[in-house]
Design a protein around this ligand. Structure first.
Ligand SMILES: Cc1cc2nc3c(=O)[nH]c(=O)nc-3n(C[C@H](O)[C@H](O)[C@H](O)COP(=O)(O)O)c2cc1C
Length: 197
């Protein structure tokens, strides 16, 4: 068995994968969303804290609830996407550590930390999980349209009221219409972005 992914697979998740804003009339059903999560959850997080929580916004009612929180430029693409994932993070992730890190009392390492430290710890690890989520979605044939152009407080009030979960970013999901893409923007070269010391 080969120990590296094929060039075609690397094209699928990296080289040819684009951020989509226009969507084909093709569903992204619940079973597929579950498969995406079940791959994404395997990516590493600090002390296996797994702070990411996701609400998949699919129904017309839920889309309407999301709409007032969106920046103007993100409304149309989000309302037309088959599904929009609210990638959230549980700032009190430590409550699940007895389950997730059973071989040590990891809850004790975090539970008394200041709220801002808990929040940036959840943000770091939840953002990593959000990236695993997008790679998993692409690997399973979905296209992604990530967005941070929205009012987090409004999304939290509409979807996470009464919980310790906060929104991180949104990600439209479906099958993108490649004919509507603009040319790919450049990326930094290895020499520009990296050093080996
Ligand atoms: C965290 C995050 C937030 C983003 N926010 C927005 C947004 O609010 N609106 C938007 O149109 N695009 C948004 N983008 C899309 C980026 O501009 C896009 O991913 C980037 O230019 C790369 O495009 P490409 O994947 O087609 O190469 C966001 C992307 C990420 C990862």
């Amino acid at each position: 068995m080969s120990e590296v992914m094929s060039s075609e697979d690397l094209d699928l998740i990296f080289r040819k994968a684009r951020t989509h804003s226009a969507w084909l009339d093709k569903p992204a059903d619940d079973a597929l969303l579950k498969q995406v999560y079940e791959l994404a959850r395997m990516g590493p997080t600090s002390a296996n804290m797994c702070p990411m929580r996701i609400i998949f916004v699919r129904s017309k009612e839920a889309k309407e609830r999301l709409k007032p929180a969106l920046d103007k430029g993100n409304v149309d693409k989000t309302m037309k996407a088959p599904v929009t994932a609210i990638i959230g993070m549980d700032v009190h992730f430590y409550e699940k550590l007895p389950q997730l890190f059973p071989h040590a009392d990891a809850k004790a390492w975090f539970k008394d930390l200041p709220e801002n430290v808990l929040e940036y710890t959840a943000l770091r690890n939840g953002s990593l999980q959000g990236a695993y989520f997008m790679l998993a979605a692409r690997a399973l044939g979905l296209d992604c349209g990530p967005m941070s152009g929205f009012d987090n407080a409004k999304v939290d009030a509409a979807f996470f009221a009464g919980t310790t979960i906060k929104s991180n970013f949104l990600c439209n999901l479906g099958h993108g219409d490649a004919s509507k893409l603009h040319p790919r923007s450049p990326r930094l070269s290895f020499e520009e972005a990296c050093k080996v010391v």
